[in-house]
Design a protein around this ligand. Structure first.
Ligand SMILES: Nc1nc2c(ncn2[C@@H]2O[C@H](COP(=O)(O)OP(=O)(O)O)[C@@H](O)[C@H]2O)c(=O)[nH]1
Ligand SMILES: [Mg+2]
Length: 201
C-alpha cells in the first residue's frame, strides 16, 4: 500500500462541520509537541500538509485530510486522516480544557466511520497520566488504537525496542499494537501503514 495523493479537506470543531465523506477515518492524537504533525507529513509524504510547529498548542481544530492509496493490485483505496487537537500543554484554562474534552469525545461518539486511532507518545518518556486517560477513553469506547513511540531517533538504536516495550507495559498495550517511529530518520512508516491498511479492510 502506498500513498499516491493527499490533500487538506476541512477543519471543524463540531459534528455539523465534519466533512460528509464516505471513507474510513483514521485519527491521530497525542500530547502537544509529541511529533504528530511531523508524523502526518511523513506518512502522507507531503512536507507541511499538517503544520509542524515548535510552539505547542496551536492547533485547536480537528483537521481532515483526504488520502488516496494504491494497494498491491494497483487499486485505489481511500481514507480520511484526522489530526485531532493536541492535549497536555501547560498554559490552558479550565474552560479550554473542557472544550477540548467535549470536542474529542463528540468526535469519538459521532463519527461513525472512525475505525482506528493512532496514539502518539514520546518513546523516551514514562507514561503520562493524560495519555493514560486518552487510552482509557479509547478502550472504553472500544475503538482500536495503535501506540506509536515518537522521536525514536533520540535513543540509541539498541535501546528502542526496550523503551517501546516499557511504554507498552505502562499503558497495558500489547507490543504487537505498538510501533517505534521517527520522522527525522523516516523509520516506522511501514509499521504504521500496515496497521492502517488492516483497519481499512
Ligand atoms: N528528533 C526528532 N524531532 C521531532 C520528530 N518529530 C517531530 N520532532 C520535533 O518536535 C517538535 C514538535 O513537532 P510537531 O510535529 O509540530 O508536534 P505536534 O505538536 O505533536 O504536532 C518540532 O520541533 C519537531 O521538529 C522526530 O521524529 N525526531
Ligand atoms: Mg501539530
Amino acid at each position: 500500500m502506498r500513498v499516491v495523493e493527499s490533500k487538506f479537506n476541512t477543519s471543524a470543531t463540531k459534528p455539523e462541520h465534519y466533512p460528509p465523506t464516505v471513507f474510513i477515518d483514521i485519527a491521530f492524537v497525542g500530547k502537544s509537541n509529541v511529533g504528530k504533525s511531523s508524523m502526518i507529513n511523513t506518512i502522507l509524504k507531503r512536507k507541511g500538509i499538517a503544520k509542524v510547529s515548535g510552539k505547542p498548542g496551536k492547533t485547536r481544530l480537528i483537521n481532515f485530510f483526504d488520502v488516496r492509496l494504491k494497494n498491491d493490485k494497483e487499486e485505489n483505496v481511500h481514507f480520511t486522516a484526522v489530526d485531532l487537537p493536541g492535549y497536555g500543554f501547560a498554559k490552558v484554562s479550565k474552560t479550554e480544557r473542557e472544550a477540548w474534552k467535549k470536542m474529542i469525545s463528540l468526535y469519538f461518539q459521532e463519527r461513525l466511520q472512525l475505525r482506528g486511532v493512532v496514539v502518539l507518545v514520546d518513546i523516551r518518556h514514562k507514561a503520562d497520566s493524560k495519555d493514560k486517560i486518552m487510552i482509557e477513553m479509547l478502550q472504553d469506547a472500544k475503538i482500536p488504537f495503535l501506540l506509536v513511540g515518537t522521536k525514536a531517533d533520540k535513543l540509541a538504536k539498541s535501546k528502542v525496542a526496550a523503551q517501546l516495550k516499557k511504554r507498552c507495559e505502562e499503558f497495558g498495550v500489547k507490543t504487537s499494537d505498538a510501533v517505534a517511529f521517527s520522522s527525522l530518520k523516516k523509520t516506522g512508516i511501514d509499521g504504521v501503514m500496515n496497521w492502517i491498511e488492516k483497519r481499512l479492510q
